[in-house]
Design a protein around this ligand. Sequence first.
Ligand code: PEP
Ligand code: MG
Length: 575
Amino acid sequence: MNKLKGIPASNGIAIGPSFFYQQQTVKINRRMIDNPEAEFARLEKSLAKAREQLSAIKDKAENETGADEAAIFEAHALILDDPTLLSKVQEVINQQHVNAEFAWSESIETCAQQMDALEDDYFRARATDIRDVGCRVLRLLTGQSESNLDALVAPSIILARDLMPSDTVRLDKDFVLGFCTAEGGPTSHTAILSKALGLPAVVGVGHEILNIDRQAILVIDGGSGDVIINPDKSTLKSVQKKRKAAMHIAKLDLKKAHKPAATQDGVTVEVVANIGNPDDAVIALEDGAEGVGLLRTEFLYLDRKTAPNETEQLKAYKSILDIMGTRPVIIRTLDVGGDKELPYLNLGREANPFLGWRAIRMCLDKPDFFKVQLRALLRASPGHDLRIMFPMIATLEEVRKAQNLLNQARDEVTSAGYPIAENIQVGIMVEIPSTVILADLFAREVDFFSIGTNDLTQYTMAAERTNDRVAYLGDACHPAVLREIQTVIKAAHSAGIWVGLCGELAGDPEAIPILLGLGLDEFSMAPPLIPHAKAIIRNCSMDKARQLASKVVDLATAAEVRQHARSYISGDDVR
Ligand code: PEP
Ligand code: MG
């Protein structure tokens, strides 16, 4: 038995075999060959298979996502038939007497680099297409697969260096017991995904975890961050007992999940869900969500070759709004960049992506692209309480520009004859310190705030949220962050607008009484966390929560804050 410690990322205990998730890059060796003709014939066979694959994917795309996406695969198929490319490959094989993989990969790369060199977004996107098709053919030639996910056929704990959004969309969630990653912080994508799935996760365990025995049985405790490798019998017995007790409490909480979250002294707050797609919306309602506090629309844009068009987006938003009926639904406009890459947007490489051209910054620079989303949102609104939220707002000019584009989109939708709901609230995420400092000014120009503590903590502490080496700076319970939350709530209430919080802190049992005491109006979290969060709120009294809040903002460290919160929860006096 061996024990490691990581960062607790999603509550719960998982016990099971480990599955090492590995992305596979295609490895190519240069080999001399005797028979160039046979070598080229081998390539032609793989090209034919690639054509078959692309035609099947194209049909699937046409049925599931629409003609735009399907067209990309048609374009990929054309690359396979490009006579200049094929004669170049043939020339390399014939003249150098080298294997087809090598000749193909060299020619593809030369071709892609020529496209890269053209200072135009369109041609750069073609370079990505060429490399993509190139890899498909290389996998067929070498028999190598994209990742080892096909081998995930039994319930397992997924072990990985880290998981990117594009990796996880392909995971068969039925076979995932939990996540354990070597890298990543408490608000990394893996952490958010596991909370959404209600699965335990421990992140930032260190690279040691990647060297353990492939057949190992793991225990991960997403509440404490403990990872046990090959537990002995008595350890296994005690974790199973702990797991059973936690499941019993969860069952009791779930029974009351549909009742309002009212404190003992009768103050009711809203508890809503963070979601990414229609399936999450259904689960959110089952878990007692009173609406949606954050729909991360970027998940609509992931794992595809082109951006979703207006009709596709309209369909997706409408299906979520229909599920939620007349409950409030906050849809956040696209927040890509940082750790969420979209290859087809050609965001380019940046030295500091989290400080770079992400979210609203990119959208304001691409108004036509942005307005597709805004029009789709407005068209989806009739009959619903849709609220639109802009992410990563740092300046008032950004809010004004975004509102301006929203007004333009409104005119376009109206002139096209489509109805729009009246009174759509428009708000911003408060997740950058400049916005906290000027919160009183922002509060005059928007209908609501939603505090994004995941980013607010990383920008306040200057500690990247995905970097496990600085994860000790990533606790949103730090008094510096709590004072920011206090400032924002005060500014909002003085201006007569409401404030929510949709960072991971909103679902953190130790933080909930503090946030309540600070006056937060709306708590938005991963659906599986809702029943317990409501139970905690029902146990609180506003009087005591206010005392706790005013005490903790004067403390010096996050550890002291948590200590105080724990004594509050266990019923000890707050001194
Ligand atoms: C946040 O930053 O707190 C937030 C909710 O947004 P995201 O995690 O998607 O950046
Ligand atoms: Mg954010």
